[in-house]
Design a protein around this ligand. Sequence first.
Ligand code: FAD
Length: 277
Amino acid sequence: MIPPEFDYAAPASVDEAISLLAQHGDDAKLLAGGHSLLPLMKLRFAAPALLVDLKNVGLSGISNGDGLTIGAGTRHVEIQSGDYGLLTEATKLIADQQVRNRGTIGGSIAHGDPASDPPAVVLAMDGTINVKGPNGERQIAAADMFQDYLTTALADDEVVISIDIPPYDGYGHAYLKFTRRAEDWAMVGVAALVKVEGGAFSDVRVGLTHMGTTPLRATAVEQALNGQPATADAIAVAAQAAAEGTDPPADLNATADYKRHLAQVMVRRALTQAAGL
Ligand code: FAD
């Protein structure tokens, strides 16, 4: 449980961090809360020669205007103790308070673990990831960010600066997570956002945690419900499509088939709760 030796730098600006990344290539890794990277290093699944600590670059903070802009260095605890709708609801369910005190939303998004909770929420909310590299800034839509297991659209020399979340005024929301033990990673997690107008669903968004190698949208459910009466029956029918297009990993917790069944049940419950039915 002791990581291999590494050098350590704590630059004072994002630009300095980027030039260290550019200089050292894939020998260097950014360090935020360390709650995903350090366990991997201790298990020797990762062995960066240089850790570039972001603690002095000032990327934390949340601005709440026309939607949210959340600094990448914002720790889970800051989101958990605010009033940021679905994001706050999901963040409260991340691990335990010690992890939430150190872990950051930027680290979670950059790490790209399909079992992490924030990625499915940011995906369901059509968030935008603002990143900076040697050639300047660019925006990555959440739909393009998560490419494979622990693989994102981020280049080795890019830093996540912030995450934009559009406003969802008038939406109901729910984040449900199925775990065998309290405070565990999700076997299946569901992020649901719904807007009901004139008794019918006008917008339905469903994100799935740990149902494949990336966070996913339950698009078949979303399409089946949009325009339908906002009833428990309509949700129950649509939720049967929750596992369409998913590929959940079989593991010590459950078979893939069991997780597909679980997704149907959890999507039904999350949508029912989000719609206030
Ligand atoms: P780090 O570990 O510091 O970094 C993770 C990766 O992101 C590294 O590759 C790093 O180089 C990169 N990175 C970090 N910041 C940036 C940036 N600004 N730009 C570009 N790259 C960056 N998470 C959940 O969602 N749900 C859970 O139930 C859960 N359970 C956990 C249980 C335990 C026991 C532990 C230790 C962790 C758990 N986590 C869980 C993970 C936790 O939320 C992490 O904090 C989070 O995934 C990563 O954030 P971090 O700030 O710690 O990132």
